[in-house]
Design a protein around this ligand. Structure first.
Ligand SMILES: *Cc1c(COP(=O)(O)O)cnc(C)c1O
Length: 392
């Protein structure tokens, strides 16, 4: 792949002329992923809401809107962006532990499908604001099922000691409160146990927990219209060419087999990373190659402000030198220009002999890449460019 005249079908000459660093999106990969999701969710009462925080690029959201997916939002501006991209408000859910009054009002004024509510005070505020607006807000209560998704501690969200959701032991009381509030309609229950989950076991445990909850409330005569199992399906960061798509078949299959939906119930999924992670790369240019005490450093023109995941989570992305023609392999630390020791994309990375001017692709950067970019150090925000084999 190192010496090709194109990258994912995109002419190298154009990549060479584009100001680096920039995000490169392969729309063929995105569309294949979306088609696969549609295929796997066509045979039941399933809805998939794309978690816009993974990548809010308008072009990406509009591709996803065209594929007929809904949206999971975490801010008022994300609600506006999803509306602008053509996602119907009825297909939106609004999540997050800290919704402001303006954001709640924005959601209610568009009559979004559902608020995922994370606390009693939030429920009270939504009820009060909906009352002022003479409206009814549909809510799902986010339950913290105390399941460890065995992922990085900052992306585990379903254990008892983190800030998300309502603990199982308080659920009964909160359901009672929601049902008694005049401007709240209780639609269902919401769960989201973490991110970058590649084993199905945490999802199986989630299904078992949900089955138990549904049995318990059915005995009390309480039915939920919606069960929302959140997102979190991981992608293969180590082998992006072998696995450009996540294991969607196993993921949806786990819920289809193990979760016992009741009559009339809908199952909602909120995938972010799994939809967009594989379609994007961050393309950057080598500024300098330097040697310190026998260690070789490749200094590129992308930094932690362009792609934060390695600095924030110790995340690993595969690197690829797109322009080197050398057949000799060297070991490098690949680092950015920002004055922080965590501004490192790879330690001890094997690359063909790399020189100033080479283009490097940082792979699998479509999720939580561009959307987390900042102007730290007064650097420019990276642009996003798109390629597909069919539209020209
Ligand atoms: C972030 C988030 C998601 C999406 O997570 P991924 O790991 O990108 O699939 C889904 N639901 C909620 C509530 C979230 O906060």
């Amino acid at each position: 792949m190192g010496t090709g005249h194109n990258y994912h079908g995109f002419p190298m000459e154009i990549l060479q002329l584009t100001t680096t660093p920039f995000y490169f999106y392969d729309l063929d990969v995105l569309r294949t992923t979306l088609a696969e999701i549609r295929r796997l969710t066509a045979d039941g009462p399933y809805s998939v809401h794309y978690a816009v925080k993974a990548n809010g690029n308008p072009r990406i959201i509009s591709e996803i809107a065209q594929a007929g997916l809904g949206a999971d939002l975490v801010s008022g501006h994300e609600i506006e962006a999803a509306l602008a991209a053509g996602i119907p408000a009825s297909e939106m859910t609004y999540s997050g532990v800290g919704k402001t009054d303006w954001e709640i009002r924005t959601g209610i004024s568009h009559d979004i499908g559902c608020f995922n509510v994370e606390s009693v005070p939030e429920l009270e505020v939504i009820n009060a604001i909906a009352g002022e607006m003479d409206a009814t807000a549909r809510v799902a209560i986010r339950v913290n099922p105390d399941i460890d998704a065995h992922t990085h501690k900052y992306i585990t969200t379903g254990t008892a000691d983190n800030k998300f959701g309502i603990p199982l032991e308080s659920l009964q009381q909160v359901i009672g409160m929601a049902m008694s509030m005049p401007n709240i309609h209780l639609s269902g229950l919401h769960f989201h146990i973490g991110s970058q989950i590649t084993q199905m076991q945490p999802y199986e445990m989630l299904c078992d927990t949900i089955n138990g909850i549904l049995d318990q409330y059915e005995d009390q005569g309480i039915q939920f219209e919606i069960i929302n199992v959140g997102g979190g399906l991981g992608i293969d960061y180590d082998n992006p060419d072998a696995h450009p798509l996540p294991d969607l078949e196993r993921y949806f299959g786990t819920f289809k087999q193990r979760l016992h939906l009741r009559e009339g119930q809908r199952l909602h999924f909120e995938l972010g990373r799994a939809i967009v992670g594989g379609c994007g790369s961050l393309i950057c240019r080598v500024l300098y190659v330097k040697e310190n005490r026998g260690k070789r450093f490749v200094i590129v023109d992308a930094g932690m402000n362009d792609l934060l995941r390695p600095a924030l989570y110790g995340a690993h992305h595969q690197l690829q030198n797109l322009t080197s023609t050398s057949s000799d392999i060297e070991t490098y630390d690949v680092v950015g220009p920002v004055c922080e020791s965590s501004d490192v994309f790879a330690h001890g990375c094997q690359l063909p002999v790399t020189r100033r001017g080479d283009l490097i692709a940082i792979r699998s950067a479509g999720a939580y890449g561009e959307s987390m970019a900042s102007t730290y150090n007064m650097r420019s925000l990276p642009a996003g460019i798109f390629h597909s084999s069919i539209d020209k």
